[in-house]
Design a protein around this ligand. Structure first.
Ligand code: FAD
Length: 307
């Protein structure tokens, strides 16, 4: 089977979600419910995050295996290279392919404050991880059940904190494509113009791979505040205040979903080839956003008939 995660032939708009490996038995039980709801929307794939330094490697592998074993969902495994010796990284890529993963998001991860940088025995940038994945894959071609591994990378609608300029980020994205990346998923952004500008600059620079907008449901004021600090960008004017002033969860959901739908519609109208929703392991706001968007997608699985 040939796998290109974000560019399905039958669905006009690709759909994917991000999940985090659960940290407790209770979180795992809640996640099972979320996965079942998300599966009903027939996503093209579901991404599983990975702690820098491999801090949650076991739980990430467990979640990936569960998705492969118990659901129809194709997983996309995040993999970070920071803090991991190159030989070990090669082993991890081999293990991912062994369990049946065929999509990997190649990331560097944030450099820990106490790390010596650049590393003596490790990779410096995500571009090198893309090359390493392709290298491991090429050495295994005979053993893979057909097709290529789909390799994704990160893209930044607002400048990466370590980058000197936004144009530098675009050059890095082009280098990731040249190293063998098939698609990119963006960091969180709050204004459609930031996504549109990134895509326009990337296309001018020669980037041809799909750039999928990564969107967070804007229903949680605290999370928006935290992520706007991280991405260095202000959320839409007044949104946090309106969420704070809401007197019920359903009102917060209504306000946040409307803002998220506006953001997504604007990116789709500008030509975005898909939508990647950062779920934070909650399905309610993600599904509410989808319901309002009415994306051209396959219909949800029919409910079993009542006896
Ligand atoms: P890189 O592409 O290597 O870039 C890192 C910095 O180095 C940038 O400033 C870049 O401009 C610069 N750079 C790159 N190449 C060169 C070069 N050749 N010369 C000079 N400068 C260069 N983090 C996690 O820990 N776990 C996750 O699961 C995770 N998932 C993510 C998913 C998405 C969609 C995104 C957008 C981010 C995710 N992150 C995750 C965060 C990510 O690890 C950080 O943003 C990290 O700081 C950079 O990762 P990168 O892959 O973009 O690195």
């Amino acid at each position: 089977m040939l796998i290109h995660a974000p560019a399905p032939t039958t669905n006009p708009v690709a759909l994917s979600y991000e999940l985090h490996p659960p940290r407790s038995a209770e979180a795992a039980a809640n996640l099972a419910t979320t996965i079942s709801h998300l599966e009903d929307t027939s996503p093209d794939y579901v991404a599983v995050t990975y702690g820098a330094n491999g801090s949650n490697q076991d739980s990430a592998f467990e979640l990936l295996s569960r998705l492969l074993r118990e659901t129809t969902i194709r997983p996309l495994a995040h993999l970070t290279c920071v803090g991991t010796p190159t030989g070990r990284l090669r082993g991890i890529v081999d293990e991912l392919l062994d369990v049946g993963v065929r999509g990997i998001l190649a990331l560097r991860g944030d450099i820990p404050a106490d790390a010596s940088w650049p590393p003596d025995d490790g990779l410096r940038y995500a571009t090198e991880l893309v090359q390493l994945i392709r290298d491991v894959e090429n050495q295994r071609t005979a053993r893979l059940a057909g097709g290529r591994v789909s390799v994704g990378v990160a893209a930044y609608p607002t400048k990466h904190p370590e980058s000197p300029t936004h144009s530098h980020d675009v050059e890095v994205l082009l280098a990731k494509q040249q190293a063998g990346a098939d698609f990119a998923i963006t960091q969180v952004f709050f204004h459609p113009g930031q996504y549109v500008d990134l895509v326009a600059e990337a296309r001018r620079a020669g980037v041809t791979i799909p750039i999928i907008p990564g969107v967070m449901p804007l229903t949680n004021a605290r999370r928006i505040g935290k992520l706007s600090e991280l991405a260095g960008v202000n959320p839409p004017t007044g949104l946090q205040a309106r969420l704070d002033a809401a007197t019920s969860q359903s009102e917060r959901l209504r306000i946040g979903v409307a803002a998220t739908v506006d953001l997504i519609r604007a990116t789709l109208e500008a030509g975005a080839p898909g939508l990647h929703l950062y779920t934070f392991n909650h399905h309610v706001s993600a599904l509410a956003v989808l319901d309002d968007l009415e994306l051209p997608r396959p219909s949800r699985r029919a409910e079993p008939a009542l006896a």
